[in-house]
Ligand binder design. Structure first.
Ligand code: ADP
Ligand code: MG
Length: 614
């Protein structure tokens, strides 16, 4: 305020050193954040190899050395000034910024709270420089000899700021945080090699990788990599690539979950939720499938400058991104090629097919349910067309009920055997009355008949809830069942929903119900056993039904599980074919409602490999 007496002046511009210490509070929280900033600088400088050394969790010593473009002397001195950056010039440049750094805060902030040393030499062979800074003050600057690239050494972090030093954790905890930071950077920058040493011991040594799968294999081993499915697709302008864990490999703990946007790691609960949503009907409750998703959106659609450590971002249209992620993951899970290979030793084979960075075999656009029925259908081996027979899944009371459009009423009624890589109308065999073997264009599918039918029923029942309700069959001799009081109460409460899935139930007396009509999902269906099992499960709960989001889903999951065709049930050839057709007409054919695989596959390549032909 002009006119205020000089002595009353309180507002002052902070000296640089103080400003830097305050900024350091935001950017530099612990050794891991120092390492992150320095490694990002190395990557921004085009380094192909980054080496990180720590002592004592980084509290006494951090060194980051790179083979990047380095700096000449004037730049090196300038780089230590606050807001000195070579990466942007104007505020507009912030849009679509591709480098990690751009605030020009990291080096001065780190130098303000440590004993700091910068050694750097430019690629063009110009002279090399060493600058030493203590507590934010340049104490020496000299010419040295070294190869191109930059080495930054940070000693005695926070020693001049005891208030911050107090918050540092034990060396082990700080080391773990550094490893995690380096891992994140390694996962987002595949082209560079990374090394991390702690107290002279090597913690990480990663060669450059071609694909996320290669990097995952180098970090966590080929078994982990073999559990992942590769995906690479674009939905509504959002590119979604990376790896997702196969549902049957998902565990309750330890699912590694990483998100990257335009090459940078970020956190976003909504996007994580979108992934979980995509897995919802394929994994059992409480499981956390892992994923590494690399998203790309156009410049201007994401703001990376909303968080001091850049850990969060802001999308201009978050729900579009969430929808794209959900759809991409869901359709990947639905693809046949998400079917696991055979046996443990096929981790490598699985890596071949799903992980080698090749696009998944089936693109979302060719998902089974939208694929066209091939015109040559009915070709293979059907010289003598089988006589039309009662459909496997058709209510026997079909005369009374309107025909289910998806029921196999002659040729047009058969759902497309869509999977692009299924051979035209394949032969099917049954193994031990439990598994259906189907020959495909590129090998063999083994379908678990119970799991497959479970998936089919689940989706049909959910569809019926949305639509007209299930057809049911009036029973000639109604079933009378005596239930426990709790079960009886549950049936009374759920009567409307049970009717919607085809069970017409009447309460009779205090603990007795009469079933007048029952669904007829297949010819071998045991209505009484299914009803009893379902009621018990719905009354007492189970992992399966507890995972459901609402009553509809509870009933659908339970009914699918209890009502599906069982293992050990002999099936005719047309029944097998119909079951496989139906499976591929579902949205998520690869997994049953427990998250177990419905299909295993054996490719011709794998066969050739095993017979030593490759
Ligand atoms: P920012 O990364 O936000 O630009 P920094 O304080 O981290 O700010 O770095 C300041 C400048 O120093 C960078 O813009 C870059 O020009 C230069 N620099 C920092 N580290 C390196 C490095 N390892 N190799 C080459 N140049 C570097
Ligand atoms: Mg930086």
């Amino acid at each position: 305020m002009s006119g205020a007496p000089e002595s009353g002046r309180r507002v002052r511009i902070l000296p640089d050193r103080v400003a830097n210490q305050i900024a350091a509070g935001e950017v530099v929280e612990r050794p891991a954040s120092v390492v992150k900033e320095l490694v990002e600088n190395s990557l921004d400088a085009g380094a192909r190899s980054v080496r990180v050394e720590l002592r004592n969790g980084g509290k006494t010593f951090i060194r980051v050395a790179d083979d990047g473009e380095g700096m000449g002397r004037p730049d090196a001195l300038l780089a230590l000034d606050r807001h000195a950056t070579s990466k942007i010039r104007t505020a507009e440049d912030l849009e679509g910024v591709v480098s990690f750094g751009f605030r020009g805060e990291a080096l001065p902030s780190i130098a303000a709270v440590s004993r700091f040393e910068l050694e750097t030499a430019p690629l063009d062979g110009g002279p090399a420089t060493r600058i030493r800074v203590t507590g934010g003050k340049i104490v020496s600057s000299e010419e040295i000899a070294r190869r191109p690239g930059t080495t930054v050494t940070v000693r005695s972090l926070f020693q001049n700021v005891p208030a911050r030093a107090k918050f540092l954790r034990a060396a082990g905890a700080e080391t773990r945080a550094v490893s995690e930071a380096v891992l994140l950077l390694a996962l987002s920058n595949l082209r560079a090699a990374f090394h991390l040493d702690s107290n002279g011991r090597e913690l990480l040594s990663l060669p450059p990788a071609d694909t996320p799968a290669d990097r995952v294999a180098d970090i966590w081993g080929p078994e982990d990599a073999g559990q992942m499915l590769g995906l690479d697709t674009e939905v509504d302008g959002v590119r979604v690539g990376g790896l997702i864990q196969r549902p049957d490999a998902a565990r309750a703990a330890g699912g590694r979950r990483y998100l990257f946007i335009n090459g940078r790691p970020f956190r976003d609960r909504q996007v994580v939720r979108a992934v979980d949503e995509a897995y919802r009907t394929t994994v059992a409750p409480g499981l956390r499938p892992g994923f590494l998703l690399y998203l790309r959106v156009g410049g201007g659609q994401v703001d990376v400058n909303v968080h001091p450590a850049k850990a969060e971002v802001r999308f201009s249209d978050p729900s579009r991104v969430q929808r794209a992620v959900e759809e991409a993951v869901r359709s990947r899970l639905g693809a046949v090629s998400s079917a696991p290979g055979l046996g443990a030793e096929t981790a490598a084979a699985a890596t071949d097919t799903a992980l080698a960075g090749r696009p998944p075999r089936m693109r979302p656009g060719s998902a089974p349910r939208v694929a066209e029925r091939s015109s040559g259908d009915g070709g293979t081996g059907s010289d003598t067309p089988e006589p039309p027979q009662l459909g496997f899944f058709v209510s026997r009371a079909r005369d009374e009920a309107p025909a289910d459009p998806r029921a196999p009423a002659g040729e047009e009624g058969v759902p497309p055997l869509g999977a692009a890589n299924l051979a035209v109308r394949p032969h099917a065999w049954q193994l031990h009355d439990s598994y259906i073997l189907v020959s495909t264009r590129d090998g063999l599918l083994i379908v678990d008949q119970h799991s497959a039918h479970e998936r089919v029923l689940f989706e049909e029942i959910m569809e019926k809830f949305r639509g007209s309700g299930a057809e049911s069959q009036r029973l000639l001799f109604p079933l009378t069942l005596r239930l426990s009081p709790a079960e009886f109460a549950a049936v009374e409460e759920l009567a409307g929903l049970l009717r919607a899935v085809g069970f017409e139930v009447e309460a009779f007396g205090d603990r007795t119900v009469i079933i007048h009509a029952a669904p007829n999902p297949h010819p071998y269906f045991d209505a009484e056993a299914c009803f009893r099992d379902m009621v018990a499960e719905l009354t007492h709960g189970s992992d399966l039904v507890n995972s459901a989001r609402n009553q509809h889903e509870r009933i659908a999951k339970s009914m699918a599980c209890k009502g599906a065709i069982k293992a050990g049930q002999p099936l005719s050839r047309s029944e097998m074919e119909e079951l496989v057709d139906r499976l591929f007409a579902t949205e998520l054919p690869g997994h049953d409602v427990h998250g177990r695989p419905t299909i295993l596959r054996l490719t011709m390549e794998e066969l050739a490999r095993r017979f030593g032909r490759s």
